[in-house]
Design a binder for this molecule. Sequence first.
Ligand code: ADP
Ligand code: ZN
Length: 710
Amino acid sequence: MQATINPQTTLKKHFGFDHFRALQEEIIEGVLNQKDSLVLMPTGGGKSVCFQLPALLLPNITLVVSPLIALMKDQVGALKANGITAEFINSSMDENEQNDIVQLAIKGEIKLLYLSPEKLLGLLNYLVNNVKVSLIAIDEAHCISQWGHDFRPEYTKLALLREKWPSVPIIALTATADKITRRDIVKQLTLNEPNIFVASFDRPNLSLAVRFGIKKKKKIEEIASFIHARKNESGIIYCLSRKATEEMAEEMLAYGISAGFYHAGMSSEQRSKIQDDFINDRIKVICATIAFGMGIDKSNVRFVIHNSLPKNMEGYYQEIGRAGRDGLPSDTLLYYSLGDVIMLRNFIEESGQKELNHEKLNRMQQYAETPICRRKILLAYFGETLEKPCNNCDVCKNPRQTFDGTLLAQKALSALVRTEEKISASVLIDILRGSHRKEIIENNYDRIKTFGAGKDLSVHDWQQNIIQLLNLGLVEIAYDESYMMKVTEFGKSVLYGKKTIELVKIEKLESFEPKKKRSLEIDDTNDLNTDLFDYLRGIRRHLAEKENVPAYVIFSDATLKELVDKKPIQVSDLLQISGMGEFKIKKYGNTFVKEIKQWLKSNDVKAPKTDTFMETFRLLNENYSVEEIAETRQLHATTIYSHIAHLFSKNIVSSIDNYINQTEYNIVKEATIELGETKQLSPIFQYLKEEIPYHIIRLCLAKLEKEKNE
Ligand code: ADP
Ligand code: ZN
């Protein structure tokens, strides 16, 4: 196929995608018009294409600054898998290797060069004098800001880029959206009246669920069965401490789940080994502290579980965001307990910025406790409004009921007042439930009026209710006084009957059915389809091992799923599949088509028919020329023209004036009149002394026919 400058065609040809995602097209247009840009898009939103595609269309090289070595390697690997010339330079390479790559850049033999900021700055003067640069992309641009969550001092020196290459456009990209960071990026990189794009931070393919106050043993059981229900799918379990990651991995192994752990206390070799095993699907589950995830680009992480409450919404959003980057349905599940809250509050007390961090944790707790759609709360936190409930969170699926909780609150508040607000939540629960534990008796707590007044509720239910009282602001925990619970002014007004409160009914623990839904169910009723998925996954793994790249670099799960749905048995049919670019079709097309045929045969399944006319139509719509279509479909151009004539007569194609001119049309029209309104091609062809080709005659006849009918 010929070179083309149309971004849409380039998208299909080189990346295999049929449509741009939200904002990608506008961003690319701005970049191609030499504008500076700032792009804020969630993880998985599709930032890379925004500079990778312009890189292909611009005359010279695109420099990409990226802080994470592993990511750099993966991105370059993925580009190469699409037949795009790209390289990276980082500190893991020796001088010779680095020099070889610089030479390629000088010779203009690569379209993209990825560099760590240190390397770029180190080579800056040399590059300025020797390499022609068309575009500079700065990935993870929030690293420039001290306000961001991942400040890297070397990023601040990137302002030099503008000085050295004053006329080269810069595109800065990040998944961190807050306004301060945003302003800081523009200022520090001296972006010149940049186009600023803020994508929605909604990730509708991620399901959201929260489970409260589950005992450890039961929790582990639940997690194991959740994972068992997701055969062949991988995910991350985030834990609060290093020790917890190791324990969790051990628990999972005991359930026969292949799991490893990852935390900052391990050597860097150990860490990269486990990361590699995970990326290459050698282990299914990674139990990790939040140190894990920054540098991984695995697009088919199907679930993220939080073993305990994250300390703020930013972290939570980022961690769940590691699931489902390929856009396929993925699940997230958060466990939390009163104990988590107390522990986190304790950490905060010992840290700087106490007030801010307590507030952030409050917001996190509100999310975990919300009686309304969780996605609404999550997006509201990032300044977006979701109009309708999402239907993909546990609250939407199982709406909460409320009740008048005034009496219940009064029982608890009264017990607190009568113990002079000197007890913790667990003692309070013991009093309410009438426990005869030593501490209760010794302190004469069994004599107070509300002793045993809450016997009817379980410990779990009381914990959940107390959390609600905390969230509603009736009580506070004094972290500096051994977690004693204090009644607030608002609490007092409820206690003395001046105000009433609504509480959310507590969910029955049994209502959780981890096995109910499998995220990658292709077709509930058809096991065969799932089999084909597994079968193709096997082929993909085999190719990946042979080429020593992660499996998703060959094809994403989304692409495999489409192969399963459409079951293409001709290489030309592959053009319909998202993720199938020209290069990958050439490289793997035959293999996959052959394997699909083989699978269909051995499972006695009929291949779906492709509608040859519609296939031509689809390609026309993607702006392929007739010659290009003929080439990819391995048909004659005349056949394609006959398809077009057919599509036109069926009103599918609205005009064919591009293919015929008025003179030809008039000549053919006269010939048909002369020959007695014939619709046969060959008499006309002969009559016109073979001067007008068959396919033109055919098109003219189609047009004549239509005009007659009109
Ligand atoms: P980000 O850098 O924003 O986290 P990526 O650039 O890695 O996101 O893209 C996430 C996933 O979406 C990748 O698997 C990528 O191939 C895919 N993707 C990007 N753009 C498109 C598109 N227009 N159509 C389909 N898939 C896309
Ligand atoms: Zn919802």
